[in-house]
Design a protein around this ligand. Structure first.
Ligand SMILES: [Zn+2]
Length: 297
């Protein structure tokens, strides 16, 4: 791929040692997310498999540099490696990986919300799952949530953007109802309501909980996708704390010792200026934080 100077600088910044377990050259396709969830629920170690899956819509990969200290960080006094950081905790337990949206370079697709989450949840790109544009997911490509529900696991999709419910997952919602699957799709007004819903599901008996917070995308579109924008930077840090509280709620379950939880955080795309969707690395590069190592790279 041909990159301009600002793009090269961005990739070099992401490759600064100490933050990510891999490099921009070995970045995982965002489709690796679904595969990791599938494998987790196949793992029979005597404990009950469970999953807490958290989406930060529109969080750029470089925002992880606000949470984890890079090897050449020169500013002291920054609250890196906070004991209350979800990403830092997951990185210590499993890993923090660079991932990418927008398809393989040979078959690019838009770095947009519907396309991103559909690739993340099905484990295949839009060329297969059908979400290359703003259209419903193909029925032959279930989300990992529907697969688990088909195996009798209780799964929940929690989100705010109306189009998830009226476009991308419209048919999947109908299938889940028709087949009486233990899969629910629930819409919330804002990140605060979503956080409460997560806590309610964590305290209940849902096996696989997935939800998407909107603050980074919303702030990016209104005031700019950039760490130079305090609103954008602050909301990624705040969501990192929200995710930490959700992880603490998981640990406080009375049955926690008998359960094996996979916890992952990811974003669907990055952004630049007040937009995303292009093949620029600012838009393409995303991250996956996981409490279990992903792949062998
Ligand atoms: Zn998005």
């Amino acid at each position: 791929m041909f990159f301009k100077n600002a793009e090269k600088t961005y990739l070099a910044h992401l490759d600064t040692q100490g933050v990510f377990n891999n490099t921009t050259k070995t970045a995982l396709p965002q489709t690796a997310f679904a595969e990791t969830v599938r494998n987790h629920f196949k793992n029979l170690n005597g404990k009950t498999p469970k999953a807490l899956l958290i989406g930060f819509d529109g969080a750029r990969a470089d925002a992880m540099h606000l949470l984890c200290e890079s090897a050449d960080e020169k500013v002291t006094g920054v609250l890196f490696n906070s004991a209350y950081s979800a990403v830092q905790t997951l990185k210590t337990q499993g890993g923090l990986y660079l991932s990418f949206a927008g398809g393989e370079p040979s078959a690019p697709q838009e770095t947009s919300t519907a396309q991103g989450w559909a690739a993340i949840l099905t484990g295949v790109w839009g060329g297969e799952n059908g979400v290359l544009r703003h259209v419903p997911l193909k029925k032959e490509y279930p989300t990992v949530l529907r697969e688990l529900a088909g195996q009798g696991k209780k799964a929940a999709f929690l989100a705010e953007w109306p189009d998830h419910f009226t476009v991308t997952y419209k048919d999947e919602i109908e299938i889940a109802k028709r087949e009486n699957l233990p899969l629910i799709f629930q819409k919330y007004a804002d990140d605060r309501a979503l956080e409460s819903a997560f806590l309610e599901k964590i305290a209940g008996d849902t096996d696989c909980i997935f939800g998407i917070f909107e603050a980074p995308d919303y702030n990016g579109h209104t005031t700019g996708f950039s760490l130079e924008n305090p609103r954008y930077a602050a909301c990624v840090c705040r969501l990192d704390n929200v995710a930490y509280r959700l992880m603490e709620a998981v640990k406080s379950r009375p049955t926690y010792e008998k359960e094996d939880w996979l916890v992952m955080i990811t974003s669907d795309h990055g952004g630049h200026d007040r937009r995303h969707g292009t093949q620029k690395p600012f838009d393409r590069m995303t991250f996956i934080a996981s409490n279990k190592p992903i792949g062998s790279k």
